[in-house]
Design a binder for this molecule. Structure first.
Ligand code: 3HC
Length: 697
């Protein structure tokens, strides 16, 4: 008898129970247990109807992803689904939590479904670079019709139980919280009413309605934009279309072929790496699982600018009151006004209700005095990057805040230890680096200072989860993980243009790799005056900062998108970067001034120099222990900078490419170009010598 799937009878209902924590994934043990339990139910003459229900927090959350890439042990999932659909006793699935992927496929292979109103269902395989491979692409359209099946399967988005009822995915919804009781009552009703088995494979009405329509072509055209660079969404459409054009068994065969193509694609490997990496980052090396976490029930923010406002919204969104302190009433009013406008925009788009706008705004208050920070549990400083000002602020916070309050800086580059030295409690000081727009971007790069206590580290990681961000804990150095690597890429991109490339050529190589925007379009978005001011400050301090053509743009008030001209030009109301001959002329003049004869630069050189310089830096970051694992770097780049998740993150991408290839190129550029950034990382050399990859660390 399987331990993870059991069979017992309650009255005339035969109950099959799955109990495989944490999420009842369809491992080999569960699949074989399901088949064995079904057999028992079929043989049990006292059972008139069979019920499938799960223990724990959720219904089956899908295939066991950890088994992917290994040989499939029989019975395979489609086979299990066949057994359930072919049951000659009515088969009921009772859904709580989330029925996802193979879990929803199991439910729709059953004859009837009931769900708790709190439950959600979906086919998120596409997010792992796959398509539903156990009949989902053939059965779901038979319940919902083409349009909704296309939407659900190509986006992987979940629908809640009420919507699932309207769509015909479930037959009943229960408002209680006891899934077993609800399932038993529903199954009993099926038995009492003598309802027959009802196989989804035999339903044809929805198929007939959409057969031969142009819905598939239209959908493919819309995907060209929405799913740029992705492999599996298009395969999903092919599979769903097969449901409309082929008999069920042949449609299943087609689904299997397409599923295998996706399974073998490098995108599947990248996306599954990203899935597990996102979960692994919360397990911080050296931080005990039972480290106490401080309660954060109120937050203070210094600075009502774009960053401060965005950060405040994260807390208000989850019901945590926020006090924002500014120096001047005008700046405060402006900041609060922008927050309200952002919420109103979300309400206009139907993402939140007007009542939620008011509730969230009521949680955000403004003030001009630090005295209002006396009782808060966490303060986040979000003023501009200037060490002297930050130190002044932290000294004031130290004087005002209660013992045990966490004092955090949203600095994107500066030394957390130096900031902490302005206080008498460096153990309570930490970096919390949000990414712009802070209410949207999922990354929270938490930076540990050398004295930050474990309790504070654990708390800021818990805060990330609470505000629905992906928190990564990193060490303290200039730019931490993300910006330290980004700045190396930025400098290389500049050099490439100095030597002869155009900004648009550099950007295209990066967008072709899958980034949502290139280096120069990104700097236009952020405002190119930011870097200019930093360079000027360094020049004033006597540092030798080389001249750059970007400085000339700033001097002509081309500051980026905000002035509708920067490295590119922009049309009114559009964010689309348009190459500008005026900029080409400025670059050409700059080269002349510097005595540079431009040369043709290949896309391959751009790719290598922009990406390998980052990988080399990433290796140094690992070497120095700034990041604990390569996967921490991958998550920073996926969630902070839009690195394509289907490539698994820069370090995973490097592993796929082969570290020896990368090292060879790094050594070549070190010889040709010199510079610390090209000095090969000792770790990279060691890994290549040992035939290992970053993933082996
Ligand atoms: N297989 C194996 N392990 C899984 C898993 C799965 N399908 N889903 C989740 N897990 C693991 C996680 O890795 C994590 O492990 P850890 O504790 O060791 O880190 C643990 O279960 C808990 O997961 P979360 O931390 O994500 O818990 P949440 O409560 O936040 O979320 C969830 C639960 C919504 C189920 C979320 O885990 C999820 O979205 N899982 C993936 C669902 C999915 O993509 N299913 C489709 C699989 S592909 C498929 O079914 C193919 C088929 O068509 C043939």
């Amino acid at each position: 008898m399987s331990e993870v799937v059991t069979y017992n009878r309650e009255g005339t209902v035969g109950v099959i129970t799955v109990n495989y924590p944490p999420v009842n994934a369809l491992s080999h043990a569960v699949r074989s247990g399901l088949v064995a339990a079904l057999e028992q139910g079929q043989k049990d003459s006292g059972a008139k109807v069979l019920l499938l229900v799960c223990e724990g927090r959720t219904f089956i959350a899908g295939a066991d992803i950890r088994e992917f890439g290994k040989p499939m042990q029989s019975p395979g999932l489609p086979e299990v689904m066949d057994h359930y659909e072919n049951s000659d006793k009515p088969m009921v699935a009772a859904i709580h939590g989330t029925a996802l992927g193979g879990g929803l496929e199991t439910a729709i292979a059953c004859h009837y479904r009931i769900a708790l109103s709190s439950a959600r269902v979906g086919l998120p395989e596409v997010k792992l670079g796959l398509l539903p491979g156990a009949g989902g692409t053939q059965r779901l359209p038979r319940l919902t019709g083409a349009k909704k099946a296309l939407e659900m399967i190509t986006t992987g988005e979940f629908v809640d139980a009420r919507e699932a009822l309207e769509l015909g995915i479930v037959d009943a919804v229960d408002d209680g919280d006891d899934i077993k009781a609800a399932g038993l009552a529903f199954a009993q009703k099926i038995a009492d009413e003598g309802k027959p088995v009802r196989r989804v494979r035999d339903l044809t009405e929805k198929l007939e309605a959409d057969k031969g329509s142009d819905v598939f072509d239209q959908f493919r055209a819309s995907l060209e934009k929405k799913a740029r660079g992705l492999f599996s969404p298009f395969k999903c459409v092919d599979a769903i279309q097969a449901a409309f054009e082929l008999p069920f068994d042949e449609g299943m065969k087609r689904e299997r072929e397409l599923f295998t193509e996706c399974m073998e694609s490098p995108q599947r490997a990248g996306l599954i790496h990203a899935f597990f990496a996102e979960r692994e980052v919360s397990k911080v090396k050296g931080l005990a699982k039972d480290t106490p976490v401080r309660d954060i029930n109120s937050v203070g923010i210094i600075g009502a600018g774009t960053m401060g406002g965005g950060i405040a919204m994260n807390f208000a969104n989850v019901g945590i009151p926020v006090t924002i302190v500014e120096v001047k009433q005008e700046a405060l009013d402006k900041g609060l006004g922008i927050i309200r406008k952002n919420y109103e925009n979300s309400a206009k788009k139907g993402r939140i209700s007007q009542q939620q706008v008011e509730e969230r705004m009521a949680l955000i208050s403004g003030s001009l005095t630090y005295d209002d920070f006396k009782e808060v549990d966490l303060v986040i400083e979000a003023v501009f990057e200037n060490m002297a000002i930050k130190k002044e602020i932290f000294a004031k916070l130290d004087a005002v805040c209660k013992p045990g309050a966490i004092l955090a800086s949203n600095t994107s580059t500066l030394d957390i230890d130096e900031i902490a030295s302005a206080t008498g409690r460096p153990e309570d000081v930490v970096g919390m680096h949000f990414f712009s727009p802070a209410n949207v971007m999922k990354l929270l790069e938490n930076v540990r200072g050398s004295k930050t206590s474990d309790e504070v580290k654990a708390t800021v990681m818990a805060v990330a989860k609470k505000i629905k961000k992906v928190g990564v804990l990193v060490g303290n150095c200039y730019g931490f993980v993300g910006n330290r690597m980004l700045h190396k890429r930025g400098a290389e991109a500049m050099s490439l243009v100095n030597e002869g490339a155009t900004p648009q050529q550099v950007d295209k190589v990066l967008t072709d790799l899958g980034y949502p925007m290139g280096q120069f379009a990104m700097s236009d978005l952020a405002g190119i005056d930011v870097g200019y001011r930093i360079r000027e400050e360094r020049r004033n301090a006597g540092e030798n900062v080389p001249a750059s053509w970007v400085d000339k743009l700033v001097e002509q008030n081309r500051l980026g998108q905000k002035t509708m001209a920067g490295v590119y030009k922009y049309e009114e109301g559009s964010r689309k970067p348009i190459p500008d001959p005026e900029v080409d002329a400025i670059i050409a003049d700059f080269r002349k001034e510097q005595g540079i004869t431009p040369r043709e630069i290949s896309d391959q050189e751009i790719l290598e120099r922009c990406m390998f310089v980052m990988i080399n830096e990433g290796a140094k970051i690992l070497e120095e222990g700034i990041a604990d694992r390569a996967l921490d770097i991958d998550v920073v780049w996926i969630y902070g900078y839009g690195f394509p998740a289907y490539r698994g993150g820069p370090m995973f991408w490097a592993d796929q490419l082969g570290l020896d290839t990368i090292l060879q190129a790094v050594e070549k550029y070190y010889d040709e170009l010199g510079g610390d950034q090209w000095k090969p990382s000792a770790l990279l050399k060691k890994l290549v010598a040992e035939g290992k990859s970053f993933g082996d660390l």
